[in-house]
Each structure stands twice: as structure tokens, then as C-alpha cells.
Design a protein. Sequence first.
Length: 430
Amino acid sequence: MTASLIGFAAIFLMALLRVPLAFAMGLVGFVGVGWVIGWPAAYANAAQVVYETGFAYTLSVIPLFILMGNFVARAGLAHELFQAAYAFIGHVRGGLAHATVLACAGFGAICGSSIATAATMSRVAYPSMKKLGYSDELSTGVMAAGGTLGIMIPPSTIMVIYGIITETHIGKLFAAGVLPGLLTMVLLMIGIVFVTSREPEHAPAAERMSWAQRWSALRGIWGVLMLVIIVLGGIYGGLFTATEGAGFGAFGACLFALLRRRLTWKILLQVLVESARTTGMLFTLLIAASIFANFVNFTSMPNDLRDWIVGLGLSPTLIVMAMMLIYIVLGTVMEELTMVLLTIPLFFPIVTSLGFDPVWFGVLIVMIVQIGLISPPVGMNLFVLNALIPGVRLNQIFSGCWPFVAIMVGVLVLLVLFPGISLWLPSFMA
């Protein structure tokens, strides 16, 4: 127990000294294993983790989904999604904000990255909202919150990482994210109605489009529908695994980019380099997190913590809600992936020992990450928008996101109290 506490303290100290998280976790985990069970075991553990991570077939789903998302962004499919949603509901008060949330949900279904979704919408949706007279607070709040749908609605990079770390079925995790993702989308749109009804000057209505224009806009999203049907339909239907689905998705997205003449040799090189860079970052974090998790598991901390929590006499649901509260607080001061990788070795054994479904807990983790992505002062989506929209101050973005943070906390409470929202669709899978 003491060794684990010293290890966590060392990581936080190194983080304060601006040591990259991957190096901090890997170094502390390596030294910790050497301290607890000996240096030969530390060398063997590190070598085994690096080898198994690098050659794990299931992990190939990560670069493939990243590649698919980058091809999709280059193919301009996000623009078609926004235009289709705009054509149908742009004429109502807050219509462009609603269209942005819908486009984020659709783009998330073929991207899997929250930051990529928010960044894409800053280029696709913000100019239209700015031109129509939307306030910067509402515009950026909607884009930041809507962008988080990219990691709940499958495919989701965070779900893949959680599934690999905890050895949870990735296909079931994807299925479990569908209804919570749609629920979050609907409640965000209800939140937009509430905000715009109180301050209508922040969201003027756009011009109503004819039905001919609407059907024309709908024809532009056939590529998105095809990718979703091929990837998710194939995974849920048992035609292929999540890894194979990611391969089909990356190939299909590449074809769409070629057919739309958006893919030159220069852009192809940029897509490959960007995908490789993101993959390298995630794999480095995964290796370091695995080394550190092994160190924690070699100590008595997981069992001691579980015994202490069970000894409190709280109901299992209250214990999980206490964990979620800890996550929400941590999410305001820590980067989200860092938070998950550090805490999963501690909390996951407790959750499973209480009899909860690991798939359900995975959805809660993704929801926590969504909240963290838009929680000041370190929400990544907020800083992405601040970097891509130079004319908007960071305090305006912070102000615009708070109503949507509250909505997502409400969704989290619903998911904790009603596990069936997450587990209904996975129950149909073998």
C-alpha cells in the first residue's frame, strides 16, 4: 500500500515538473516493480509489456480508426452532415446550434475522436453561426459539447483503450454507447432550447429552405450512411470483428476521399503522418500505463482499497457514484486520458468485485471523459477551439460550456441509476 501511494505521489510530482505523462508512469512503474519484487522482474515486465503491446492484433484497431477519421475529415463529409441538418432545422431559433450537435453525432459515428470532431466543427459550423449573429459563448459551447459525442457514439477510441486495458469485449462496448450517445445528443438539444429561450438574441433564426433544397442536402450524406452501415452494422451483425471493421472503414473512407478528388499525394502523406503520430502517442501512453498498472497490481493497494470501501457499508450504487464524483473533480485538473489510465487499475477491480458489468462501467468512464473534455480549466476541447478560433477569448468559451457540463452530469446520473440504458443493446449480442 505504501509503495503504491509513493508511486502516485511521484507521478503527480513529475507532472507538476512538466515531465510527459508517458515517461512519468513508465519510469515510476519500472522503478516500483524493481523495488517491490526485484530488478530482474522489472526488466522482464517492461520488455513483456512493450512486446505484447506492439504485436497485439486487437490493438491494430486504434490506428485504423484514427486513419478512418482522418480520411473522413479530408473527404469533407462533416460539411455535408452540417448542411443536411441545417437545411431541415436552421430556420428555428437556435437551429444552427441544433444542426451542429446533429452533425457532431453523425461525424462521431465515423470518426471516434472528440477533439477531431470539435476541431472539424470549428471550421464547418462556426463561420455560419458567426455570420448569422450567434454569440461566441453559445457557438463555442455547442461545438465543445457536441464534439464530445465523438467518443460516446461508436466507434470510439476511448472505448477501445478501455476495452484493451480491462479485457472487455469492444463490440459490446460499442453497442453500449449508442443509446447513451443519442440520449446525450437529445438532452444537449433540449439544453439549447432552454438557453436560447432565455437569451433569444444569442441565436437568431436562419432562412427557411425549400423541400427541394432539403432533399438535395440529404443526398450529400450517403457516404456517411454507407460507412456507418458497413462498419457498425458489420460489427454488430457478427460479420467481422472490431479490428476488421476498422480496416473496412479506413478503406471506405479512403475511397470516398478519392472519389471526391480530395486526396492528393501531399494530403495522403499528411494523413498518414498525422495518423502515425497520434497512434505513437497513444501506444506510448498504453505501454507506460500497463507498466504502472502492473506495479500497482504487485502491491496490496487494489485489495486494501476494495476492502476499505466495502467496509464502509455503503450500497454498491453509492460507491460507484462516489467514484464518479472523484472523477468529475479530477477531470477539472487533469487531462482526461491521463486520469483514466491512472485510475482504472484502482477502480476497475472494485467495480467488478461489487458485481457490476464492466461494459456498463466503461460507458460511465466515457461519460466522465466527455465531462472532463469541456470542464474548465483544463478541458481539451475548450483549448482546441481557443486555438482554432483566435477571435474568441478563453473566458467566453468557459462561460458558454457550463450549461452543457451540467447537462452531461445529469446524463451521468441517469446512466448510473439506470444501467439498462447502456446494457440493453449489448444484451442482444452473443
